[in-house]
Design a protein around this ligand. Sequence first.
Ligand SMILES: [Zn+2]
Length: 261
Amino acid sequence: MSLEQIPLNFVDGSSWACVREIVGFDEQSVNGTGILSAIRLLDRLLVNAPGTTVGPGYAVNLTSADRDRLLTAIYIQIYGSRVESTVNCENCKKPFDIDFSLEQLLDSFNSGEVSAIQIEKKQGGLFKLPNGCCFRLPKGEDECAVLGMTPEDAEKELLKRCVLKGDPTGEKESLQDIMQELAPLVDLNMDAHCPECNEHQLIHFDIQHFLLSSLKQEQRQLAYEVHRLAGAYGWSLNEILELPRSIRRTYVNLVESELGL
Ligand SMILES: [Zn+2]
């Protein structure tokens, strides 16, 4: 089974994680689009390899940015780098298509000056602002701890957990903006242009939601593929669900081309 090595640039630039290709059991296990579903999927796909910083069962310890980076790599591995989607214009309400490259989006993150400096690299790193305030980046375990809180309370609690010394207020930028520059989330508003009425608008894109909902929507297709392969080869359900997705699809195409579909 193919393994992919993914750099986790937002921790210290030298760490990496290894994920295996998705199989039917993983696709079938996706039952939501929230953080818990994302962590569960990563824990299934992460592979222990010498030198990796995170193995299966520890996805909750990843910084939110590294988690998004892994989810982006998994999306690219399954569907390719191009994201094509249809959105409804806020102004004229007509649908229009958006199309962008996830690889280019990730590249666009690696730029700009950041006012915070890294003072420790271990476990997601420790950063210092010019005013002496020390903070760390939020991790999955922090986000899980604020689940169910109002957005205002969750933001306060996240800051309380991540600011270790001093006060982050009074800097030119908010701590959230500084964190986004240091360790960008693939959860952002993108400028889009409606070709019907010429209106510009912001489109929200969140890789976690996009990947998990794409997999969830395909569960019916997965059942169809199992049905085709079981009928053609007599393989058991477990055998088919253990096949890497790309291999399963190759066999389904072979069966369909023989049937003239
Ligand atoms: Zn429009």
